[in-house]
Structure formats: structure tokens, C-alpha cells
Design a protein around this ligand. Sequence first.
Ligand code: SF4
Length: 171
Amino acid sequence: MQITGTHFNYYQVCKRKLWLFANGINMESTSDLVYDGKLIHETSYPQRSERYEEVEIDGIKIDYYDARNKVIHEIKRSDKVEEAHVWQVKYYIYILERNGIDGATGILEYPELKKTTKVNLTDADRQKIKELEEKIAQLISSDNCPPVINAKICKSCSYYDFCYVEEEKDS
Ligand code: SF4
């Protein structure tokens, strides 16, 4: 299976989420929060698609790429899992490099928080990405789904009902 930016993001957020997603159990279309996040893309920057390109390459999809300045713009609703967002963008930069586009950088944008975070790829990150690619591949090919993590983030996860419905029934 081809590793994507979403795999990198989910690996940081929750191993179970990554496993479920990678094994074809996809709840995203029914999640209001995900829908909400997609809507932010469209409403926050209506002119954006004219200025930036959409890039699909090696299994990743960058929605807003400023080719002239080599800047990836990634828009998110909340910064609760910012570390995961950062690694998603680092992985995008890594894939661009692997395809001959050197010197790209990224900006995470949180329009609702009026906040931006710059993202760069270092040599240490390149090494870590290689290690993570192996770990992600191992995890998603495992027969065992990792356990629930009982974390705050679960409440806003699209798999919440899937993960906790039995517990709620029992309580
Ligand atoms: S609800 Fe929690 S345990 Fe389940 S996939 Fe999402 S983050 Fe992981």
C-alpha cells in the first residue's frame, strides 16, 4: 500500500485510527466535523483555487500549492493535533523532494484561530520519515486493530461511535 500524508497524520493522532482508515473502514463522509473542515477550505479562501494549484503525486494530494514560491498551504480547523498536521506537511515536502522539487516549505493555516505555523523539513526529519514509513507499513498490515486510546481527541474523531458504541451501551 502506498503511504500518504493522511497516514502520517493519523499515525501521530491514534494508531487505531490509522489502522481502521488503512483497512478500508472509513467514517469520514458521515462525520459532521470532517465535513465542517472541508467547508472551511471552501469558505475561508474563496479566491484560493485561482492562485494555487492542486497537486497529486505519489499518493499524496496537496490542495493548495504555490508553485512559484514552492509553498504548501494546508488549512485546518483546529490546532488540537498540530503535531500530526506538522508531520503531514513535512511528508508532503518530502514527497515533493523525492520527485525533484527541492526547497519547498509549508504553512499550516488555522483561519478560525487566526493562526499560522511554518513547516520546514530538516535532515533529522528525513531520517524520521524513513523510519515512520516502515512503522506505518508494519502497523497497517497487521491483523490486529490497535486498542482504543480513551483520549480527549476521541470526542471529535470520526470513528468515535465505531470505537465507543459498545462501551456506551454497557454503561
Ligand atoms: S475514537 Fe479515539 S480510539 Fe477511536 S480511532 Fe478515534 S482517536 Fe482512535
